[in-house]
Design a protein around this ligand. Sequence first.
Ligand code: C5P
Length: 216
Amino acid sequence: MATVLITSGPTREFLDPVRFLSNASSGRMGRALAEAFCTAGHRVIVVSGPVAIDYPPQAEIVSVVTTEEMLKACQSIFPDCDGVIGAAAPCDFRPEQMATRKIVKSGTPLTLRLVETPDILASLGMMKRHQWIVGFALETHNARQHALEKIQKKRCDLMVVNRPSAIGSDCSSVEVLDSEGTCLAEWTGTKTDIALRLRELIEQKLLKLSNSVGGG
Ligand code: C5P
């Protein structure tokens, strides 16, 4: 049995103590994946941003708020895992400075200067030894080409390419690419269906790999 790290949900980046940047990720894909892996007897650790859903009771949950917190939690957990699935939608930008007091309206436009947050999967990609990495890529156009760039940047073994309509929905339509960008599968269905199929593919293609490297 494997130990699988799953990132899930959105993160938040605060402008001031009460306002933040975020996105509409619900954590449903992460939950479906956690269920699929727990059901098969794998150990599952979910690092999740703020969500309104419940994860399966067998999964270990680490709750975080910001992208930096998600990064730190993943970096400490990843070395003891067989692989990671990046189902989270971390907030890619944060205000360069967070105001310590609530920003007051002044009647003039407010300019925010944003800086990029760290890429969690890319950072785990730099750390990876025997582990495998599975990413998700949400694309509106040139899906395969953009996904291939992300596969290389994040050192992914598999990339699940989906569409913006997947956000907040129970269903999704995906293509699964391997590390060279070759399409291995196309699936349409509920996130539960897709999670079960992805678990089977990971068990066939990647768990064997990490077991053999680990001497099992
Ligand atoms: O680059 P993009 O956000 O499209 O890549 C999506 C993949 O990268 C997802 O698997 C997501 O969980 C992961 N990601 C990450 N850290 C970020 C942004 C995205 O791990 N800061």
